[in-house]
Design a protein around this ligand. Structure first.
Ligand SMILES: [Zn+2]
Length: 392
């Protein structure tokens, strides 16, 4: 049974990690393993709800973390330091694009291809080859590093990756959804994380800083996701599924809106206050009084954490830039390697400049994508259904 297999894999990884933890004297390594062990435990509990009382306090993260980061800025400090920047970055994007929230054109939902109708691995392998990572993907299959879990578990996540920072190994977990496109895009996303982890070859201390401090943790994974969707459309594979997905995904701005809202709330409130929804609404209302859509955002916003919101928001914006550059270079990943190498300990404004990442340029890129999509909606709809790719 799938569930048991995954459970055994996770337990196996957990045992290795725990023995690594006790063997090492290095604080950095312990902290890195601590992250890994925590995520393993979380996943085990997700898979087997019976184990929800599994002790979480195995490691010593709070003290260790404090000790290690005493002289450095933690991600929250960084967040405050750059709060003004975050605001100026997301405000123009949100204000310019929020009116498009919802629909670009009326695209009927196509009959999405079922997961059993295509060979998922084969299709993704083709994409992996195109970006020069065919061997890596085959290796992951051979080493059984890609695992599927049933859709019925409590978590609504489509997939996740767990990374052992000492061995530099990854395990990718994918929710077995009904539709091929969902599963494939999740593989693309998690494979992006895997690529990023093994490419960065950071030492453990850098890894910790990166893990705790970086706003860019979702950038490469989202770039892979975006690249993969464009690849499907270009190659005419799962065409209507990809168009539909792109259309759906592309015009939802929760993360950008949420990141903007966070930047509007003053730091004392964020740090100390467990603000009630009403209080947050009051603060946000100051800025969004005329915008009804914000109510929707606030509801979504309350159960998110700052770090992740920024990671996905920046990921959303940056991935557009990186994706375009990679495509223009003939699907070569050089640019993403460069990005990974310089991505890390702090919020690097130089990095943004180097890639010409500005709100204005993002809005421009977004406009181009919109135009393309509109064209597809208007002219391609007749062909739309015939362009489906299946193995039959
Ligand atoms: Zn991710």
């Amino acid at each position: 049974m799938v569930l048991e297999t995954n459970f055994n894999i996770l337990i196996k990884r957990l045992n290795i990690a725990i023995s690594q933890y006790y063997k090492t004297k290095s604080k950095s390594e312990r902290l890195a393993l601590d992250i890994y062990i925590k995520s393993l435990r979380k996943e085990i509990k997700n898979l087997v709800p019976k184990l929800k009382n599994l002790n979480d306090n195995f490691c010593y993260t709070p003290n260790l973390q404090k000790e290690l980061f005493e002289d450095e800025e933690t991600y929250l400090d960084q967040y405050y330091m750059y709060n003004e920047f975050h605001k100026h970055f997301f405000e123009p994007i949100y204000k310019k694009l929020s009116h498009q929230y919802g629909t670009i054109c009326d695209l009927e939902r196509p009959k999405l291809t079922n997961i059993d109708d295509i060979d998922i691995y084969k299709l993704f392998e083709k994409f992996a080859q195109t970006i020069g990572l065919g061997d890596l993907f085959v290796k992951y299959q051979d080493e059984k590093r890609i695992h599927f879990y049933e859709n019925s578990t409590s978590s609504d996540r489509k997939g996740f990756i767990i990374h052992n920072p000492i061995n530099n190994t990854n395990d990718i977990f994918i929710r077995k959804d009904d539709y091929a496109i969902d599963v494939l895009i999740t593989i693309a996303h998690e494979f992006g994380h895997a690529y990023e982890f093994i490419t960065s070859k950071k030492n453990v201390k850098e890894y910790n800083n990166y893990y705790y401090g970086s706003f860019f943790l979702e950038t490469i994974s989202m770039t892979f996701q975006e690249l993969f969707i464009d690849y499907l459309i270009e190659k005419n594979m799962l065409y209507s599924d990809a168009i539909y997905y792109k259309y759906l995904e592309h015009y939802y701005y929760d993360d950008i809106a949420n990141a903007y809202i966070y930047s509007l709330i003053d730091q004392d409130n964020l740090l100390f206050g467990d603000l009630s929804p009403t209080e947050i609404y009051k603060i946000v209302n100051k800025y969004f009084s005329k915008n009804d859509k914000i109510k929707y955002h606030i509801n979504n916003f309350l159960d998110k954490d700052i770090k992740n919101t920024y990671r996905y928001a920046y990921g959303k914006v940056f991935s557009m830039f990186l994706k375009e550059k990679i495509k223009n270079d003939g699907y070569k990943l050089d640019i993403s390697e460069d990005f990974i190498k310089h991505n890390g300990e702090s919020f690097d404004l130089k990095l943004l400049n180097r890639y010409n990442i500005t709100p204005q340029n993002y809005i421009e890129l977004h406009k181009n994508e919109t135009t393309k999509l509109k064209k597809i909606c208007e002219y391609d709809l007749i062909e739309y259904k015939e362009k489906t790719y299946t193995k039959k």
